[in-house]
Design a protein. Structure first.
Length: 411
């Protein structure tokens, strides 16, 4: 009996010792794997494991990859242990592709662990090209501008209907795709119309350009002066009736007042809707005040290093095309070099055009940084919130530091 008791004691002690020694989880897999289609390529990005180093085996399959069928998947590449991205160029268009990234250690062991949203994708990535955008695009010609009192009337010719056009207005000549990002105004319209009326501020020279919207997204735009871009500026003369900001565009109606149908405290249905009344202010209990004080004091003790410009993994890849390449150009030429005001303007121009949800999140992420380094912490905070859907883990540290900056300043 004593022997049995001794064995149970030793076994329990051994288990407790191992539990104390191994207080972390061994994770031999990459995390945050993402697959984004850009043009004819699919860009993969991930975060390497802190627990194990080794080569990365990249698999592609037409079905979701599992431990049961991964051997049927195609091993498309093997990359080094420090690599966190890969650009795939599948041959088939309009096909669904799934990916997984496995780690092979220095001894050759492959850790065949498949975890959704960690090291494998569960949603198909598709390269969808229904035809050359250059061939499908509406070609705009004969763009002209005329002043009528306090309005600018633009007339033009479009080669086909059923396409969306984007009209740009700028105080500088619009010669190239880079000039589009500096435009102060843009609006989408149907290619079936032949004219557009604008009401800009009087006394200012304005240039206009009109392009196929889907072609703009590819970044393969061609601007021709006198055809789809004005060669000479147009200006509304200043007069007593054109001074100030035009009143033609009314701001949208504010959000309506809440219509309360049930009592907030009782839950009983009200006979007639009443305006929202906030509960009466109450003093906190001493124990609650003490707990809040302990929490806030502890928060202040956490050191917060001043951040530097952060570039997402997907934008560190060498290969980028179309609108993604335009965003990457803004990051490299303005944001990274510290020209935050310039990058703010360019990113706002970029976001004035509709992009894929993922690409818009990336642009909001960088616009938030441009605001942050200009000490506009509230604006930065709001922009980071718009980037959460695709880059949640990247955004969280920024939100924390923004909170701290807002709390300690008047910005």
């Amino acid at each position: 009996m004593k022997k049995i008791f001794l064995m149970i004691f030793l076994l329990t002690a051994s288990m407790l010792f191992c539990q104390q020694e191994k207080n972390t989880v061994f994770a031999p897999f990459v995390s945050r794997l993402k697959a984004v289609a850009e043009g004819t390529q699919i860009i993969l990005t991930w975060k390497n494991s802190h627990d194990i180093q080794g080569k990365k085996l990249i698999y592609r399959y037409t079905k979701e990859i599992t431990d049961a069928d991964y051997k049927q998947a195609e091993l498309i590449a093997t990359v080094g242990q420090d690599v966190e991205s890969y650009t795939d160029s599948p041959k088939e268009i309009d096909a669904e592709y799934y990916y997984a990234v496995l780690i092979q250690d220095k001894n050759g062991q492959v850790y065949t662990i498949f975890i959704p949203y960690r090291n494998k994708t569960t949603i198909a990535t598709v390269i969808s090209l229904t035809g050359s955008e250059q061939k499908n695009a509406a070609i705009v010609t004969n763009l002209k501008a005329a002043v009528n009192h306090n309005k600018v009337i633009l007339t033009f010719t479009s080669s086909k209907s059923g396409r969306s056009l984007i009209i740009y207005r700028s105080t500088q000549p619009i010669y190239s795709a880079a000039d589009i990002l500096k435009a102060s105004f843009s609006q989408t319209m149907n290619s079936g119309v032949t004219s557009f009326t604008d009401v800009p501020i009087a006394g200012v020279d304005y240039y206009y350009a009109l392009l196929d919207a889907d072609l703009v997204k590819t970044g393969a735009v061609t601007l021709t002066l006198g055809q789809n871009s004005l060669k000479e500026p147009v200006q509304i003369p200043i007069s007593s009736s054109t001074l100030g900001i035009p009143q033609s565009y009314k701001r949208s109606f504010p959000l309506p007042t809440l219509n309360i149908l049930w009592g907030i405290e009782t839950g009983v249905e009200l006979e007639t809707p009443k305006p929202l009344l906030l509960p009466n202010k109450k003093a906190l209990k001493p124990s609650t005040e003490s707990a809040v004080h302990v929490l806030t004091t502890a928060m202040d003790k956490f050191p917060t290093a001043e951040p530097t410009t952060e570039i997402l993994s997907v934008d560190k890849t060498e290969n980028a095309s179309g609108e993604a390449n335009t965003l990457k150009s803004i990051i490299n030429t303005s944001l990274v070099s510290g020209h935050y005001e310039e990058s703010e303007l360019q990113l706002k121009g970029f976001l004035s055009i509709r992009h894929t949800p993922e690409l818009e999140c990336r642009a909001h992420y960088y616009l938030a940084q441009a605001y942050y380094f200009q000490k506009q912490y509230r604006r930065a905070f709001l922009e980071f919130l718009l980037a959460q859907d695709f880059y949640y883990t990247d955004v969280q540290p920024w939100l924390d530091i923004c909170f701290k900056k807002i709390n300690s300043s008047s910005f």
